[in-house]
Design a protein around this ligand. Structure first.
Ligand code: IMP
Ligand code: MG
Length: 188
């Protein structure tokens, strides 16, 4: 980083959720999930890359026997608008046959990503059940009919970074979630 570059968090215009708020929210969600599954085993599938951070924190709040796995998809191609097409970046899907599955992603936007993943899992993987959890949900009209079973926070229609969420593959390591200053859009 050059001498005049601000530290990463100072590139934010606004912080929406700080580390403590995120932690509390995830603890509550983990408790609800554990209750809902009544002690049944579970496989948590993270949507990479962003969903990995959320999964890592969430699983430590779910007191059930569980396994973890991941699925790699791409829809954004690095910008701030969804490309509209969900591409699976791996050949082998998780082994979830006969399992209760919870697919976790950082954010629900158009709904295409989670909808495509759940459809593909149902068609090809024969799970016992599928539910979904997102840390954030944008309050917008979805491009496809889809809502998540567990939602941490609802936000407006704005582009956010941090806690797994990226802009051009950066900012995922910010511990808080916020909106980038305009001057940092279009440059890294
Ligand atoms: P959807 O398919 O439009 O619901 O988008 C979900 C995916 O788009 C998420 O997994 C994120 O990777 C990405 N995404 C959507 N909104 C944002 C955002 O505000 N910041 C960063 N990534 C986002
Ligand atoms: Mg994503």
């Amino acid at each position: 980083m050059g001498q005049n570059e601000p530290i990463l968090g100072e590139r934010l215009e606004r912080v929406l959720f700080d580390q403590g708020t995120i932690r509390e929210c995830i603890a509550g969600m983990g408790g609800r999930i554990a209750q809902d599954f009544h002690g049944e085993p579970l496989t948590i599938v993270a949507v990479l890359q962003g969903g990995a951070l959320f999964m890592a924190d969430l699983i430590r709040e779910i007191h059930l026997p569980l396994r973890i796995d991941a699925v790699s998809v791409s829809s954004y191609l690095g910008g701030t608008e969804s490309s509209g097409k969900v591409t699976f970046l791996q050949e082998k899907l998780p082994n979830i046959e006969g399992r209760n599955v919870l697919v976790v992603d950082d954010i629900l936007d158009t709904g295409r990503t989670l909808s495509a993943i759940c459809s593909r899992f149902r068609e090809e993987c024969n799970p016992k059940s599928i539910r979904t959890a997102v840390l954030l949900s944008k309050k917008i009209e979805r491009s496809v009919e889809f809502e998540a079973d567990y939602v941490g926070f609802e936000i407006g229609n704005e582009f956010v970074v941090g806690y797994g969420l990226d802009y051009q593959d950066e900012y995922r390591n910010l511990p808080m979630i916020g909106v980038l200053k305009d001057e940092w859009i279009g440059r890294i």
